[in-house]
Design a protein around this ligand. Structure first.
Ligand SMILES: Nc1ncnc2c1ncn2[C@@H]1O[C@H](COP(=O)(O)OP(=O)(O)OP(=O)(O)O)[C@@H](O)[C@H]1O
Ligand SMILES: [Mg+2]
Length: 497
């Protein structure tokens, strides 16, 4: 089944400048988020989960360097959009919920104001109507242009690498240097040809789409103008009618009643063109109800410190929802909460996700949480995705020794079986290991694991794992007993349900 992708991360690599050197936090990861699904990113502390989500949100720390990659959303590479554009996307189309709800709330501003503030930022309804009308055609056009630019910039990167390597060779004879120079000139020429041809390849399509877009923009503008004229005319007619009624009113009570009607009509008219404070409040109260906050009217006026941890997290979720996001990123939203509250918040996120058909990236180090949330799972270790697949594939047919280790370390609720901690510690990411970064901690490591990065081996159309154990030449290795035993038990439980 071909899936509708809402977000696509390709070859993303992020480094940090630190006093001790360059830290490689995210090392060439790729994944897609499909519409309406929850993708869980799971991995130990420091594996690069938060850095990945911050890159999507555009809130990386100042010392971050994006070494490579693209994050495509609606035809835009989020790593390249202007600040201006990003404001429209961040917190609007893509919402985020962090681990610690206190840090994302302003302690000295009443909850109600914090919820409505976000809504009032986008209060021009005519503008929203226009944006909505042109959105599909705009994305189609931008997607095409972005594709072209990415193809060209990838080729350019290859060229630059080639020049850097070839140009930097020392101890060459004059003849060799001349030969290299010639090679570089040839490559440059080849790039020019590629650039021109790629542009040609996309130009007619882009032109066509641009023409369609311009046509749609014209129509949209007309439609919005007509709508505005229509509601304004209706409003004027209504006011004239009410003014006559007012003149005819016999006594004070009658006049007051008509005056009230006039006020209502004015408010009604304003509401059609922009989001008023009153309407924002009404919506905020509705969303507070939606996220399970009792007595929203009273709570609306309170400050964050008057809320419990679980309630605060509900408020943060409410704020994220006010902009009707398409994607919700949850970075360990329940780790600061106790177990019962955690379960309630997870249930709430699942409910909202289903009702609003949100696409969700859910980050956690807890596979128990993954089991409750995920449609698909990406397992991260030392800045890489080492395995990804559907939740069933990851839980019932895991292939990477690191996934096995994670599965063996889930504490059992209903047995006294001891938790098997993963031995050792993750590598220092300033000097990431050459081969499989987990080799040092894995009893299944082979020689090659210490020398060479394993590629992503395909297990099924939806399941991939980067471990040399999947190489056809590798010895056959069974996953640890504790994992297979758990899978057997849970499969039996499923059958008995
Ligand atoms: N601003 C920064 N400067 C230097 N290193 C950083 C910075 N931010 C993150 N890192 C490093 O990047 C790596 C990945 O960090 P990240 O926060 O993504 O981990 P995580 O998977 O979210 O872990 P946790 O489960 O603890 O939240 C870590 O080694 C971390 O120390
Ligand atoms: Mg984190």
């Amino acid at each position: 089944m071909s899936q509708d992708k809402v977000l696509s991360v390709k070859n993303l690599a992020i480094n940090f400048k630190t006093d001790n050197g360059i830290l490689k936090a995210v090392r060439d990861i790729s994944f897609d988020l499909n519409r309406g699904e929850t993708l869980c990113i799971v991995g130990e502390s420091g594996s690069g989960k938060s850095v990945t989500s911050k890159a999507i949100m555009g809130i990386l720390a100042n010392n971050a360097i994006i070494e490579s990659g693209t994050i495509m959303y609606r035809g835009e590479n989020l790593l390249e959009v202007s600040e201006d554009q990003f404001y429209k996307i961040r917190g609007h189309k893509i919402g985020m919920i962090f681990q610690d709800p206190l840090s994302s709330l302003n302690p000295i501003v009443r909850i109600g104001k914090q919820i409505t503030e976000a809504m009032l930022l986008n209060s021009d309804k005519l503008k929203l109507m226009y944006d909505d009308l042109i959105s599909d055609d705009l994305i189609r056009y931008k997607n095409t242009v972005a594709k072209m630019n990415i193809e060209i910039s990838n080729e350019k990167k290859k060229l630059e690498e080639f020049i850097a390597v070839t140009g930097a060779q020392e101890g060459l004879t004059k003849a060799q240097r001349a030969a290299n120079k010639k090679l570089i000139a040839e490559k440059k020429q080849a790039f020019k040809v590629f650039e021109e041809e790629t542009k040609k390849k996309y130009q007619s399509k882009a032109k066509e789409l641009k023409a369609v877009l311009e046509e749609t923009e014209k129509k949209a503008k007309k439609q919005v103008d007509e709508y505005k004229e229509k509601v304004t005319a209706e409003h004027k007619a209504k006011l004239a009618e009410l003014n006559q009624k007012l003149a005819k009113a016999a006594d004070k009570a009658g006049k007051d009643a008509v005056k009230k009607e006039i006020e209502d009509e004015k408010l009604n008219f304003t509401n059609k063109l922009k989001l008023t404070k009153a309407e924002a409040k009404r919506r905020a109260l509705e969303i507070m109800k939606e996220v399970g906050i009792p007595e929203p009217e009273r709570r609306f006026k309170q400050y964050p410190f008057e809320f419990s941890g679980g309630m605060r997290q509900r408020i943060v979720i409410a704020i994220a929802l006010t902009a009707s996001p398409e994607i919700l990123i949850c970075d360990e939203p329940t780790t600061a909460l106790d177990v019962t509250i955690q379960a309630q918040i997870l249930e709430l996120i699942n409910k909202i996700k289903a009702e609003r058909n949100l696409s969700c990236i859910f980050i956690t180090h807890d596979l128990g949480v993954v089991a409750n949330m995920a449609d698909r799972v990406a397992v991260m270790y030392a800045g890489k995705i080492v395995e990804h697949g559907t939740a069933d594939e990851i839980f019932y047919d895991p292939k990477h020794p690191y996934t096995w280790a994670l599965l063996s370390s889930i504490p059992d609720v209903d047995s006294t079986e001891k938790l098997e901690a993963i031995p050792g510690t993750p590598p220092n990411m300033i000097y990431p290991p050459k081969g499989d970064a987990f080799a040092d901690r894995s009893k299944y490591a082979m020689n090659i694991d210490f020398r060479e990065q394993p590629p992503m081996f395909k297990v099924s159309n939806t399941h991939y794992a980067a471990t040399w154990l999947l190489d056809p030449h590798a010895p056959k290795v069974e996953m640890p007993k504790i994992v297979s035993e758990r899978i057997r038990i849970s499969l039996e439980e499923d059958k008995n349900e």
